[in-house]
Ligand binder design. Structure first.
Ligand code: CA
Length: 232
């Protein structure tokens, strides 16, 4: 998928016509191609087809907006998400950001402010995210996300799908710890209720394929009680 085949579409998820109609018009006025849906299920289906950004209302009729946001991260991990929230408490905003939203505006919002924030998110995401293809390189490990291929130095790695997803997630956040909960949600698409034996096994397989040593890691460090960090 390239930028020329895929217009710069913004997915607007809002069930309230009183908000969605003027907002869609403002987005179009700002040069965006707008795809408007009113439910979480439609949002997830359309996001999977490829969009440049999502403006997501947290109050939806079918699914909780935070849950939609979390699932969006697995179908479209690179697509920036701007939350619309009527909830003003700081805790709610934190929950939304933890679920993977990139920024938020609180209702009632000024259209100009929302447009400015969306432009900033799209700039940050850059042309690569728009195309859905991305090459990550950290140390001598390289991942071609679109082609689902990876290398250590000149050698191509033979990774199972979950190992590839795990490596990609860790490399996207290289230098910072990714929590076990987040890994379980994004790689295994499941909520975490205790055992992460599956994760531990995949980490050990991935380390072996990278030629890494758990006791003196060069690539993947286990941060006890927290998660994993891919070293820069
Ligand atoms: Ca709503």
């Amino acid at each position: 998928m390239t930028a020329t085949e895929q217009p710069r579409k913004v997915l607007l998820v809002e069930d309230d016509d009183g908000i969605a109609t003027p907002l869609a018009a403002a987005l179009r006025g700002d040069g965006h191609d707008v795809l408007r849906v009113a439910t979480g299920r439609d949002a997830l289906a359309r996001a999977a087809e490829g969009v440049a950004a999502v403006v997501l209302d947290l109050g939806l009729p079918d699914l909780d907006g935070v849950e939609v946001c979390r699932r969006l991260r697995s179908v479209a991990p690179d697509v920036p998400v701007l939350m619309l929230t009527a909830r003003t408490s700081e805790a709610d905003v934190v929950v939304g950001l933890d679920a993977g939203a990139d920024d938020y505006v609180t209702k009632p919002f000024r259209l100009a402010e929302l447009l400015a924030r969306l432009r900033a998110l799209l700039r940050r995401a850059g042309p690569e995210a728009e195309q859905g293809a991305q090459v990550l390189q950290v140390q001598d490990v390289r991942v071609d996300v679109g082609a689902r291929r990876s290398w250590r130095g000149p050698d191509q790695l033979e990774l199972a799908p979950k190992e590839f997803d795990l490596l990609t997630l860790l490399m996207r956040h290289a230098g910072t710890v990714v929590s076990r909960e987040r890994i379980m949600e994004q790689v295994w698409d499941t909520n975490w209720f205790g055992s992460t034996k599956t994760l531990d096994m995949h980490v050990s397989w991935l380390r072996r394929k990278l030629g890494d040593d758990a006791s003196a890691p060069r690539y993947i460090t286990t941060v006890r009680g927290v998660g994993l960090r891919f070293e820069r």
